[in-house]
Design a protein around this ligand. Structure first.
Ligand code: GLU
Length: 553
């Protein structure tokens, strides 16, 4: 019996050869320099912020170089799989406008290099492994969990590197006859790769971000096919990225340490090594210590957190691009109106250390972005968001869309627009006073009227304000009329004049404006009062003033 017999016994159903696969998945016909990149999520939960970062970068490099970006679903860990999460991942990527041109697309697949779900590629992996077995470069391993635990204890005792290698690789020297017999007897097995590496030798490799690296060769006989007939990550990576013709693997830096395994696999299989870029991991400061964003501990580890909170998706993208390339922020400041597509991302400018996630910066970016949307755009975006996440805001918008648009338009569409909102979830509380039912509810709270000014003065002033209000005045003229009215009741025209002669006045025009604000909005803080008046209109203003004079002062 020889390796051929073993290979036939292991994979009788496999008739294709590696050459057939090479033909079935030919080299891609793309211009030189075009990068073929991919995002390869495992369907084990929500879209992680770190995964959004890696997919954004893979997508952008493909776009920048007129290459291609595709998605492969790495669903070989059936125990950790969460049903439906593959579809969810795709939906969320779409919300960030990361649209693959090929691959696993959630409900269907597109492209000639599939299937793009690893669980459906078993025969491809087996074709490659069958050849490795024939060549004596892979072998069945019958070690049980217990055998592996014993091995580990022995290695710990001997103080040697743990793992399945060299003399510790118990099954690598089993004869073909014995292996065939044990398989025929129904013993469970996995398939291992027979490494010819030596840990004391170095292998050179270039990382697009980290430059030239020298790493110790792999010497581990890693498992390439599990007992459930599915491959491990390392092997699937080599086979898939080769036959899907990825030429640039962008992935988290946590994979850097297994690069020697991948190099040995590619070399043994005679596959050309793709370019690699190991991306920085997103970190967080926790009590002064840096650590990876954690699924369990940090809300911001899940992309859904930002969507739910109502950050516009562009804010997160812009923020992640500032993490990706140190020169992006400056470029963006100078090119506010240009699409991010016009910024060329570069591997050289990528930071090496894990980037710290800075929510304050994201908020700053988000405020800026929201302030620059025009009134219709922000209304529609708020509406779309509210449909999914905020019933109360949805109700307000639906009552009267034009009214909502006019609220959104306060000091918008101008050179220095107002920055009222950080996220869509800020809107409801900020604007509800414009609506009568919520206004009355708010007025039941303690109202912060200035206690040092007589209620009678307030009442008379408000009455006259209501009777004489002219909404046709422009902002400046209106403010002048407010000053005049104030003067009549003993308020100085400005804070400065008041301070010079405090005895002569009961307050200044700011106190008058404050009185109006509280009367009309319940709070000392509101958007520009002039625009609040314009939006409420004379009737509502009169009604609110009456109500305050009669019930609240
Ligand atoms: N499925 C792997 C992960 O989720 C993909 C790594 C890679 O991009 O190669 O980490």
């Amino acid at each position: 019996m020889n390796n051929n017999d073993l290979a036939e016994l292991l994979f009788p159903e496999i008739n294709e050869t590696i050459e057939d696969l090479e033909k079935r998945f030919p080299k891609r016909d793309l211009p030189s320099g075009a990068l073929v990149t991919r995002f390869a999520p495992s369907p084990t939960g929500f879209l992680h912020t770190g995964s959004l970062f890696t997919s954004l970068i893979a997508h952008k490099f493909a776009k920048d170089t007129k290459g291609l970006f595709y998605i492969r679903l790495e669903d070989t860990d059936t125990k950790r799989e969460i049903e439906g999460s593959g579809v969810d991942l795709l939906r969320q990527l779409k919300e960030f406008e990361i649209i693959p041109s090929e691959g696993y697309l959630g409900d269907h697949e597109e492209g000639n290099y599939g299937p793009y779900k690893q669980s459906e590629r078993a025969s491809i992996y087996k074709t490659v492994i069958k050849q490795l077995v024939r060549d004596g470069k892979a072998y069945p391993c019958f070690c049980s969990q217990k055998d592996l635990e014993d091995l580990r204890s022995e290695q710990e005792k001997n103080k040697v590197t743990p793992g399945y290698y060299g003399e510790y690789a118990k099954c690598r020297n089993i004869s073909v006859d014995e292996a065939i017999e044990r398989i025929k007897n129904g013993e469970p097995y996995v398939i291992r790769f027979r490494s010819s590496g030596n840990h004391n030798n170095k292998v050179k490799v270039h990382d697009l971000i980290r430059g030239d690296l020298e790493l110790s060769e792999n010497n581990q006989d890693i498992v390439i096919l599990k007992s459930d007939g599915l491959p491990t990550y390392h092997f699937a990576h080599a086979v898939d990225d080769h036959f899907m013709r990825t030429n640039c693997v962008t992935r988290g830096e946590e994979w850097l340490s297994s690069l020697p395994i991948h190099i040995e696999l590619f070399n043994t299989l005679g596959f050309e090594l793709p370019m690699y870029a190991h991306l920085p991991v997103i970190m967080k400061l926790d009590n002064g210590n840096r650590r990876k964003l954690s699924k369990r501990k940090d809300d911001e580890a899940a992309v859904s957190f930002f969507l739910k909170d109502g950050y516009p998706f562009e804010a997160l993208i812009e923020y992640l691009l500032t993490i990706a390339n140190s020169n992006f922020e400056e470029w963006k400041a100078e090119n506010r109106d240009k699409s991010n597509d016009e910024f060329k991302l570069s591997f050289e400018k990528m930071s090496l250390d894990g980037a710290l996630f800075d929510i304050m910066k994201l908020k700053f970016i988000s405020k800026e972005l929201l302030s620059r949307m025009n009134k219709v755009e922000i209304t529609n975006r708020a509406l779309n968001w509210a449909k999914v996440y905020d019933e109360k805001l949805l109700d307000l918008i639906s009552r009267d869309k034009d009214y909502f648009v006019s609220i959104m338009n306060i000091e918008r569409e101008k050179e220095n627009p107002r920055k009222d909102y950080e996220k869509f979830s800020d809107m409801f509380n900020a604007i509800k006073f414009f609506y009568e039912d919520y206004y009355l509810e708010l007025m039941n709270n303690e109202l912060p009227f200035n206690p040092f000014i007589s209620k009678d003065v307030f009442k008379n002033l408000l009455k006259e304000f209501s009777d004489t209000l002219d909404l046709a005045l422009d902002e400046q003229a209106w403010f002048n009329s407010l000053k005049e009215l104030g003067t009549k009741y003993g308020f100085a025209e400005s804070n400065k004049i008041y301070k010079q002669n405090k005895d002569m006045y009961i307050g200044h025009v700011g106190d008058v404006a404050e009185l109006l604000r509280i009367t009309l909005t319940s709070s000392k803080q509101s958007p520009n009062l002039y625009y609040v008046l314009q939006i409420l209109g004379k009737d509502k203003i009169a009604k609110r003033i009456d109500y305050v004079i009669n019930d609240k002062l």
